[in-house]
Design a protein around this ligand. Structure first.
Ligand code: NAI
Length: 353
């Protein structure tokens, strides 16, 4: 079998730190194990354009392993070229970089390491909410500059206590965010999701299910697919509470980048934070790298790393190996890991179908 994996280049850092498993240097720890079993492993970070290693090597690959952090975009056109492709493994969570409908038509299995980094992301969400609400980033920048003007920071710093926080999506990450917010004594914890939380789970965090979100803080924790692409746009942003904070660690393309920038600049949003970008790596001139609110703060954007802590990398590398081993041994996959299989969606997460 030929296994192709598209990972990011970690350079000397990844050579010095072998726990950076999601890099081309450390290859998810698969090299010796796959070679001992007589299979071929090709690893590359070169993923854009017809001349890229990815597009050349996919033509006869049996298995493709990708990550959401340096996504190889597996379009319908690429699937049509990949004549031998039987399995796409996402080392992580979120397989929107694969055209799932095209994979279904070709009866390609798409599996991901469900749950592998959900705590990592939930912690990042709570951090992002706090850094926006408390106006942390400009405060730190002021200190680095050598300045000290408390009023310039305090004029836009609040407590999280007594605020209304809502999540779009209350699955593994969304629910863990709600759990972690309980001790902050928020006024209300709300969730918007077509899948209802079990009553005891909702009660345990005091969360109410709502049909629309009118919140101080909105956190996005649903997958990217047809009906969530551009869910946050000029029109929906008008219905946000004035001065709300928005955290997106789900996927960049759920938010219209220019609409978010305009909402920040006008003060309709007081802050935007997260780690996901519509196309990754984000171009240097991506508007959300630098967009600010009228008081010069409100931007907590970082590169896509919330779900790729060293702890998470260990879990998703082991999980990807398990999925691959099951496939090579002809064993059934763990049901919760299967996104599409046998010509159909298996997951209930990518919309009501
Ligand atoms: P999950 O499958 O456990 O939960 C997703 C929830 O979203 C489900 O309850 C589903 O019903 C709900 N949902 C789907 N469409 C919706 C819609 N239109 N409106 C409201 N709710 C909707 O998935 P999990 O593990 O919580 O991950 C969620 C997403 O987070 C992933 O799909 C991925 O895009 C992103 N993610 C980001 C990471 C990062 O490093 N930034 C790492 C891991 C996941």
């Amino acid at each position: 079998m030929k296994v192709l994996s598209v990972l990011y280049s970690g350079g000397q850092t990844a050579i010095n730190e072998p726990r950076l498993l999601g890099t081309i240097e450390n290859k998810l720890g698969l090299t010796e194990w796959l070679q001992a079993r007589g299979h071929e492993l090709v690893v590359t970070d070169d993923k854009e354009g017809a001349d890229s290693d990815f597009q050349k090597e996919i033509v006869d690959a049996d298995v493709l392993i990708t990550t959401p952090f340096h996504p190889a975009y597996v379009t319908r056109e690429i699937i049509s070229k990949a004549k031998n492709l039987k399995l796409c493994i996402t080392a992580g969570v979120g397989s929107d970089h694969i055209d799932l409908n095209a994979a279904i038509e070709r009866h390609i299995t798409v599996a991901e390491v469900t749950g592998s980094n959900v705590v990592s992301v939930a912690e990042h969400v709570v951090m992002s909410i706090l850094l926006l609400v408390r106006n942390f980033v400009p405060a730190h920048e002021m200190i680095e500059r050598g300045d000290w003007q408390v009023s310039d920071i305090a004029r836009n710093a609040y407590d999280l206590e007594n605020k209304v926080v809502g999540t779009i999506g209350a699955g593994r990450i969304g629910y863990r965010v709600l759990q972690r917010l309980v001790p902050f004594n928020c006024k209300e914890l709300l969730y918007y999701d077509y899948n209802e939380l079990p009553a005891d789970a909702a009660k345990a965090v005091g969360a109410c299910r709502v049909a629309s979100l009118e919140c101080d803080v909105v956190t996005i924790n649903c997958p990217l697919y047809e009906s969530t692409r551009n869910l946050i746009n000029r029109d929906t942003l008008k219905h946000f509470k004035k001065g709300a904070w928005l955290v997106n660690t789900a996927r960049g393309a759920i938010c219209d980048r220019n609409a978010v920038k305009e909402a920040l600049e006008s003060g309709q949003l007081n802050g935007y934070s997260g780690d996901v970008w519509d196309v990754q790596p984000a171009p240097r001139d991506h508007p959300l790298r630098t967009a600010k609110n009228p008081l010069g703060g409100g931007n907590g954007m970082v590169p896509h790393y919330s779900g790729t802590t060293l702890d998470a990398q260990k879990r998703y590398a082991e999980g990807a190996k398990d999925i691959l081993e099951r496939f090579l041994d002809g064993k059934a996959q763990e049901p919760q890991n299967v996104i599409v299989d046998g010509g159909a969606y298996i997951t209930k997460t990518y919309g009501q179908r």
